[in-house]
Design a binder for this molecule. Structure first.
Ligand code: ADP
Ligand code: ADP
Length: 218
C-alpha cells in the first residue's frame, strides 16, 4: 500500500505538488492521471525518497521509503530510461542491480523472460530501441519480486504491441495482490488499464474514484 498525505512540493518557481492526499490499495491497478506538468513525476520522486517534501509525507507499507529494509524487494519502480549505462549489456544492468540487492542469477533469467528480453540480454543498453529501454526499466522494477510497483509513464516510447504488453503485465501483477501505481497523461490508455484513478492537475487532487465512475461522470 502507498499512502500520500498532504504532500506538498514547492519550487522557487511555484508549487509542483499541492497538499495532495490519496491511498494506493493493493490488488488493483491505480492510474495516476494528469496532463504533462501536473506533478506526477514529482509525487513519485517524493514517494521514492528521491526528493524531500516541503510538507506532508508519503509512506510505503506504513513506512517512509528510506526506512524500508530491502527497498528493491518492497518496491519496484520504473522512472525514465535516462540512467542506463550505454556500453553495458542488458544482463549486466540486471546483474549489477541483483548483486547489490542479494538477488540470484535465476531471477535475472525470469525477468528477462517475463519482459520479452531474453533474446537481447547481451545487447548493449545504448543500442536498444526506446521501447526496449522501457522494457529493461520494467525488468529492473520486477527484479526484486516487489509487492509494490510504481511505473512512471511506462508506455512512453512503446510500440502498440508494447502498450498492450504493459497493460496485461500490470493487470496480472495487480491480480496477484500487488499494489500497482501507473502514471500516464493518456485517459484513453488509463481507461483500458486502470481499475481506479487518481487524477491530478497543477499539483492538486481532482478525482480519486473508480475508472468506471470517472468515465460515467465525464
Ligand atoms: P508530470 O510528471 O505530471 O509531467 P512534473 O512532476 O514533472 O509533472 O512537474 C510538475 C511541475 O513541477 C512542472 O511545472 C515542472 O516544471 C515543475 N518542476 C519539476 N521539477 C522541478 C525542479 N527540479 N525545479 C523546478 N520546477 C520543477
Ligand atoms: P500467468 O499466471 O498467466 O503467468 P500472471 O498474472 O502471473 O500471469 O503474470 C502476468 C505476466 O507477468 C506474466 O508474463 C508473468 O510472467 C509476469 N509476472 C508476474 N509476476 C511477475 C513478477 N513478480 N516478476 C516478473 N514477472 C512477473
Amino acid at each position: 500500500m502507498i499512502e500520500v498525505r498532504n504532500l506538498t512540493k514547492r519550487y522557487r518557481g511555484g508549487t509542483a505538488v499541492d497538499d495532495l492526499s490519496f491511498t494506493v490499495e493493493p490488488g488493483r491497478v491505480t492510474g495516476f492521471l494528469g496532463p504533462n506538468g501536473a506533478g506526477k513525476s514529482t509525487t513519485i520522486r517524493l514517494v521514492l525518497g528521491l526528493d524531500r517534501p516541503s510538507g506532508g509525507f508519503a509512506r510505503v507499507n506504513g513506512r517512509p521509503y528510506a526506512s524500508l529494509d530491502r527497498p528493491l524487494t518492497a518496491v519496484g519502480a520504473l522512472m525514465d530510461a535516462g540512467d542506463l549505462h550505454p556500453t553495458r549489456s542488458v544482463r549486466e544492468h540486471l546483474r549489477w542491480l541483483a548483486r547489490s540487492n542479494g538477488i540470484g542469477e535465476r531471477r535475472i533469467g525470469e525477468v528477462l523472460e517475463a519482459t520479452g528480453m531474453a533474446g537481447v540480454a547481451r545487447k548493449r543498453a545504448g543500442a536498444l530501441s526506446l521501447g526496449m529501454k522501457q522494457r529493461l526499466g520494467v525488468a529492473a522494477a520486477l527484479l526484486g519480486d516487489p509487492g509494490v510497483l510504481i511505473l512512471d509513464e511506462p508506455v512512453n516510447g512503446l510500440d502498440p504491441e508494447g502498450v498492450v504488453w504493459i497493460r496485461h503485465l500490470v493487470r496480472g501483477l495487480a491480480a496477484e495482490g500487488r499494489t500497482v501505481l501507473v502514471s500516464s497523461h493518456l485517459m484513453s490508455e488509463m481507461a483500458l488499464t486502470a481499475d481506479h484513478l487518481v487524477v491530478i492537475g497543477r499539483g492538486r487532487l481532482l478525482a480519486d474514484t473508480s475508472t468506471e465512475e470517472f468515465i460515467a461522470a465525464h
